[in-house]
Design a protein around this ligand. Structure first.
Ligand code: SF4
Length: 364
């Protein structure tokens, strides 16, 4: 059984302008010792999704189930949630300064964390553990630095302190929400190495929430791509990077800056993510999609297997091989027609063939 099994999770927020549908029926699982990368632009629902699992979405209306180690987190009373959060599920946020109290020494903050969940640990024992943890996450001279305040650490070092706090109670699951976004590339790589090492040592499961596919390439085993509150594609890292199916995933991959292609222009995904109050009909990605077909405007695709075997799933009406072949229109036409979706397939191929190269969307 998976450590965390989320089924049909929905989160919405009533506002004066209407209901914000932040998460719209998402299902996934996280296994012990594995890393699930959750990727998407701002507003895709990835952060609300994880915060709702941790009881951090006040005012949110939540339905579905999220069974963690045998306990359904949805609807869990605050006291029980507090016991799980921090001890069994630890969280690392993007900006450690918002999580670390500026007026308390880091050693004190780590010892408080430990003692809040285990009163049998003395202050002295907890402080020894804090020193050990700081050393473990690569803080030099931990016995001295344990008495420093957060502002006396660099951004990367503060993130290490947050990781030390996160692992202080040996959690079963670590949720890392954009933990490297505020860091430069070198420190980012060090933090990712650290997370991977800690995960290997303790078989902890990791959920990495990020907008950065480069981070996912470094750390994830499985990837879920989110768009407008739903899972657009879910697959192994290999399939996401080498055989993406959903046009949104493909757009994200094409917009990654590559050092080997300095002279090449980036290919951003045209348009903006939709309002979560007034979502487009049918497939929410259709206003930005280069492959849009008539049925995309009216019918919402479900997340279904791309091939008969395997775990690769995509929420898109296109046939399995279509999006990977966008550069070769004849091949796309041949394959899609062969797959029996003649009318729509022919239309897609026509539209792609007719669109000027610079045009982002070929919707009529
Ligand atoms: Fe959505 Fe249609 Fe584009 Fe697939 S082809 S992503 S269903 S608009």
């Amino acid at each position: 059984m998976s450590l965390l099994e989320v089924t049909d999770l929905r989160v919405s927020f009533p506002t004066a302008d209407g209901i914000v549908q932040a998460v719209r029926g998402v299902s996934f699982a996280v296994e012990r010792g594995r890393t699930l990368g959750i990727v998407g632009e701002s507003g895709s629902g990835k952060t609300v999704l994880t915060q709702s699992l941790l009881g951090l979405t006040p005012g949110g209306q939540i339905s579905g189930t999220a069974v963690f180690d045998g306990v359904n987190l949805v609807g869990l009373e605050p006291k029980s949630m507090q016991r799980i959060r921090g001890k069994d599920i630890a969280v690392i946020f993007q900006d450690p300064l918002t999580s670390l109290h500026p007026l308390y020494k880091v050693g004190w903050q780590i010892t408080e964390m430990i003692r809040a969940h285990d009163k049998s640990v003395s202050k002295k024992q907890a402080m020894e553990r804090a020193v050990e943890l700081l050393g473990h996450v690569g803080i030099p001279r931990p016995r001295e630095r344990v008495n420093d305040y957060p502002h006396q650490f660099s951004g990367g070092m503060r993130q290490r302190v947050m990781i030390a706090m996160a692992i202080s109670l040996s959690p079963k699951l670590i949720v890392a929400d954009e933990p490297t976004t505020a860091l430069d590339a070198t420190v980012q790589a060090q933090i990712i190495d650290l997370l991977l090492r800690l995960q290997r040592e303790s078989n902890t499961a990791l959920m990495m929430i990020t907008h950065d596919l480069g981070v996912v390439a470094d750390i994830a085993d499985e990837v879920m791509v989110m768009y407008a509150g739903r899972a657009a594609e879910k697959a192994s890292k290999r399939d996401i990077f080498y055989q993406p199916h959903h046009p949104y995933t493909k757009g994200l991959l094409e917009s990654i800056p590559r050092s080997s292609a300095a002279a090449e222009r980036l290919k951003p995904i045209t348009g903006q993510p939709p309002s979560l109050i007034r979502l487009p009909s049918g497939c929410a990605f259709h206003p930005r999609c280069a492959y849009v077909m008539d049925r995309c405007l009216t019918d919402q695709p479900e997340l279904v297997p791309v091939a008969e075997a395997g775990e690769h799933r995509s929420a898109c009406w296109l046939p399995a091989a279509a999006t990977g072949l966008s550069d070769d229109v004849e091949e796309l036409r041949r394959r899609t027609v062969e797959m029996g979706r003649t009318d729509e397939a022919a239309k897609v191929a026509e539209k792609i063939a007719a669109a000027p190269e610079s045009e982002g969307s070929v919707i009529a």
